[in-house]
Design a protein around this ligand. Sequence first.
Ligand SMILES: [Zn+2]
Length: 418
Amino acid sequence: MSLVIRNARLRGQAQSVDIAIDGERISAVGPNLADSGARTIDAAGNLVLPGFFNLHFHADKCLLGEIMRPNVSGTLPEAIEITNDFKRNYDPTEVATRAVRSMEAGVMNGTTFFRLFADVGTIGGLQAARGLFLARERMRKYCRTQVVAFPQEGIVRDPGAAELMDEAIKEGCDIVGGLPWYEYTDEEAHQHIDICFDLAKKHDLDVHMLVDDTDDANSRSLEYLALKTMREGFQGRVTASHCGAMAGYNDVYAAKIVDMVATAGVTISVNAHINLVCSARIDREPKRRGIARVKELLARGANVITSQDDVNDPYYPFGKPDPLECGVMIAHVAQLTLPHELEQIANMLTVNSAKAARVTEYGIAPGMRADLVVVSAPSVHEALRLQPPRRHVFKDGREVARATLTQELVAWDPQSSL
Ligand SMILES: [Zn+2]
């Protein structure tokens, strides 16, 4: 045994337990484990969760907000235009420096697994991907990282993108990206999805696409993606982010799609931050929330996750990035406020994401990898309410981050001039 975390509160358990770690793995979980002389960390009755995931993060664009011109319309098209200005001049080292800064912040907030989206296309070539490979390498001690070959300019409408995606995968991308709704026609959106699956099958990789990220209720590439997933036997290997068009579907069509998504085992990633500020800009009132139908998906048993899409970039000027902030955001946008719904949110940040990424040996039990986060709160409810500092973060049994900041009211004397 190399480390014991004492007085750990696990989800749904009233009594604290100790978590023993041997090397990279959890060796025992239980009350009052015997003292073996190993290093001890006192969780002080606080919640311990398995490490958080962020499976949708445009790390190549993060922090461009520090140097970009303002997005004066606040719209997606202008965000794309601004980003393209930077992308033409991307240098992998510069991309990696920005990505690492945001990943470090994410690790300190308990993220031990990232899926980074690298724009791959004829504007920026492979520069973003190469930057994120560098970031992945620099952060290897702190977190697990996948890089997605993501065709931000489309595939059919950006001739050459498919070949560049193939190259990016050969150089080290782990996931096949996609952006089918961005193609000019439904037919070309289907071609886009077909090309992505060809790449996925060729390289035996999973798929993560940005789907129907629009207020147009007629944007229906999720339907074809779910069908393709079933036909190709890719159940459990595909994630669809955004799917905001679902908000505008008629209820009958929405029910069909929810059922197809669940049957196909497609994970839906909700990125509430960005959609709340970018979607429904053209709506007068009422303005749609622009997110997937979370409650209907959960009720049907579909795998739903939430993730931090953007960190201070031309699309979105905020983002810490903090999975608990994502959790509280989806709680508001999808109206998940009941006790069991808060637990569903905790699942989205942990086990549902692990399922989407097909990460095994995950969780707080003997034999699992010791990727853990100690939150300064005793419960999921309080963790979401306060989003407090993460006292300790562990990856493979090693402490990789800790919080030392303390806050307190200062006692002062009104009679004193000091
Ligand atoms: Zn995105």
